[in-house]
Each structure stands twice: as structure tokens, then as C-alpha cells.
Design a protein around this ligand. Structure first.
Ligand SMILES: [Ca+2]
Length: 261
């Protein structure tokens, strides 16, 4: 009976390692939704709320970090870390950081929405990890204008990069992406390395384009005040990378007779 259990545990660990590892030469991983002050949110590749406490710890550890503490989560929240998804953090506690009060998330409250210490460690949630030395690519951008470039630019980017940039500007503003330089490993369907643009605050909805090769993409204008960029490189062949700038424009309704359209 013990031997059977041991085999089961080993199989489980192997499967979990596989889950967060490489498959067909591509690093598969969950969505890097937001990151701030070394804290970031992860969900399972299987979807939202799929991680037990043990799995949550394994996810953070796999990436060289640890479960975030309440204090680290709060420090991140104070600089704008806002995620509408409950996750495990240190000491088997569950909660999520809310910056802006809303009716759909956080019960209209602002702060760490704290579900407290969970007695049942088999409950399934997302996770909040802390890793201040994680690679610097992506992040939450709220400036009116900003340059975004591939990690290491103007040097070639490295293999196995996953970066998410979430742009969030003022209500009533739109975001205009202007590409300045573009060179990403080329293949027909952009399956190896690519930059994806989403007209949304995540990479689930609002797909606006996937780009690779060395042709400069056209400008892209958002419909709302948020946009997400995702850059992914596989485990071989790199290229020069990209550099783009986003600027903000006010929408016509808030801009009178001006010619912005
Ligand atoms: Ca590549």
C-alpha cells in the first residue's frame, strides 16, 4: 500500500513538473497577469482556481521564488498591484489585492481582500509569488507615453522569454502603438517567437494581432484605455528584437471638435 502511494506521489510530482516545464521545445506557463514590487500572480495553465496549496508553492518555487507574504502583497498593492482573482499566499492564506473599488470584484472594498488562513489545503485557488530577482520584462505601464522594447534591446533577445506588458491609461483615452524597430524570428504562422497585441487588459480577449519576422507592423489603436502586449520566444534561434512607442490620445467625446478619430 505504501509503495503504491509512493509511486502515485512520484507520478504526481513528475506530472506537475511537466505541467510547468517545456513541451515541444516551448516553455509553457501560466499567464503573467501582473507584477509589481517582486510580487506576481499566477494561475494554472488549466485555468483559474486550479492550484492546491502544495501546487501553489511548487509553482513559485519552480520559478525561483516563494509564496508572497501578506506584507509583500500589500506593498505591491500600494503601488498599483490590482488583481481580481483569489490566490494562495504565505502560510496557507488566500486573498487578492484590490486598488480600485468595483462592484464586480472585492465587494466594493479596497485593500487585501483576505479569505484568511485555510484549514483545507486542498482548496483550489490561484497563487501570489514573490521573486524580486525575476527577469525584468513586462509590467504595468500607466505613463502617457512610453518606449517598450524586447528584453536586452538593442541586443538580441534571449530564448525562453515570456513578457507581458499591461498598458493602462486614463479613462477616455486611447493607446496608439507605433512600431520603431522589429525583428523577431520569422516563421509562417509566428509559432516560434512572436509579439501579440490585445485590445484588452489580458490576453484572453481582444486579440489584435500576432507579429514576427522583420516587417514593421502598422500602428495599432486601442478601442479603450487598456492594452496588453505579450512577447514569447521559444528555446532556439533569436533575433534583433523590437522597439515600439505608445502614446495616448483623448477620444473625440472628451476632446470637442478636435480632429482625433
Ligand atoms: Ca526563437
Amino acid at each position: 500500500m505504501f509503495a503504491f502511494r509512493l509511486i502515485w506521489v512520484i507520478c504526481f510530482i513528475l506530472e506537475e513538473t511537466h505541467e510547468w516545464g517545456f513541451k515541444n521545445g516551448v516553455l509553457h506557463n501560466s499567464i503573467w497577469l501582473e507584477q509589481a514590487a517582486g510580487v506576481y500572480h499566477r494561475e494554472s495553465r488549466k485555468g483559474k482556481y486550479q492550484l492546491t496549496y502544495k501546487e501553489a508553492k511548487a509553482v513559485c518555487k519552480f520559478e525561483g521564488g516563494n509564496l508572497a507574504s501578506y506584507e509583500q502583497l500589500e506593498a505591491a498593492r500600494k503601488i498599483g498591484f490590482h488583481v481580481c482573482a483569489a490566490g494562495w499566499f504565505d502560510k496557507a492564506r488566500v486573498g487578492y489585492p484590490i486598488v480600485k473599488a468595483g462592484t464586480n470584484c472585492g465587494f466594493g472594498k479596497v485593500g487585501i481582500i483576505d479569505y484568511g488562513y485555510r484549514l483545507n489545503k486542498s482548496e483550489k485557488w490561484d497563487v501570489y509569488c514573490y521573486n524580486p530577482t525575476a527577469k525584468q520584462c513586462g509590467g504595468i505601464l500607466t505613463e502617457q507615453r512610453r518606449i517598450i522594447q524586447s528584453p536586452g534591446y538593442p541586443d538580441e533577445y534571449e530564448d525562453k522569454q515570456i513578457c507581458y506588458w499591461h498598458i493602462r491609461v486614463g479613462y477616455g483615452q486611447k493607446i496608439v502603438l507605433k512600431f520603431l524597430d522589429f525583428d523577431v524570428e520569422d516563421d509562417l504562422a509566428c509559432l516560434a517567437d512572436y509579439l501579440e497585441v490585445y485590445d484588452s487588459y489580458d490576453d484572453v480577449s481582444g486579440f489584435a494581432g500576432r507579429f514576427c519576422g522583420d516587417e514593421l507592423p502598422n500602428d495599432i489603436i486601442s478601442t479603450g484605455n487598456v492594452m496588453t502586449l505579450k512577447f514569447l520566444s521559444d528555446s532556439s534561434v533569436t533575433a534583433g528584437g523590437f522597439r515600439l512607442e505608445y502614446v495616448t490620445v483623448d477620444t473625440p467625446s472628451s476632446f470637442g471638435n478636435n480632429s482625433y478619430s
